[in-house]
Design a protein. Structure first.
Length: 187
């Protein structure tokens, strides 16, 4: 038989097994004033209220035994800790499916496109134009409305004609007529 532990394990109530007699006891301890409490012997079979476990049915015990650790995500496995180098692009492409290869190509193209695009440093500079900005890119402004963006209807044609008249008044029209037309437009 093995020897008992030097510092015996205690229960919640403080009950430990005496290494000499193998009886259950509450070992002696010191009070804050320095005096010593005597060792208390516990009757065989007695369980104090603090040590009474909560009743768990067999199914509850099985569920707790099979439960995942707290914070665990179902289906997640930690990355491998092997020190093997990552496979190169050529090795990875041979083991990938067609769809995965296609997605990787798309991803690379998007990455290249982002690198190529230039962002203006100063938005007040109208001289510089970003690549891809122009007449046919679908952008709108007050000076150049994009009429190709939406299908033309009778109403849009009429609005377009009015805007052209207002933007370039003929020599016959006076300033008063132009202001009247503008007032009609801003309903």
């Amino acid at each position: 038989m093995s020897k008992p532990a030097i510092i015996p394990e205690t229960t919640t109530a403080g009950i430990a097994v005496d290494p000499r007699t193998l009886d259950r006891v509450i070992p002696e301890s010191r009070r804050p004033d320095g005096s010593v409490r005597k060792q208390i012997k516990i009757r065989p079979g007695f369980t104090p209220q603090e040590d009474v476990r909560r009743f768990r049915g067999t199914r509850q015990q099985q569920a707790e035994a099979n439960a995942l650790p707290k914070g665990h995500i179902i289906g997640w496995t930690p990355p491998p800790t092997s020190s093997a180098p990552k496979p190169g692009a050529a090795a990875a492409s041979t083991s990938q499916s067609k769809a995965a290869k296609k997605n990787e190509k798309r991803k690379e193209k998007r990455k290249e496109k982002r690198e190529v695009e230039k962002v203006k440093d100063n938005w007040e500079d109208e001289d510089e134009e970003l690549p891809g900005t122009g007449a046919g890119d679908g952008s709108h402004s007050v000076d150049k409305p994009n009429w190709a963006a939406a299908p033309e209807t009778k109403k849009s044609v009429a609005v377009k004609e009015r805007a052209e008249k207002v933007a370039s008044p003929t020599s016959e029209e006076s300033g008063d007529e132009v202001t009247e037309k503008l007032e009609k437009l801003t309903v």
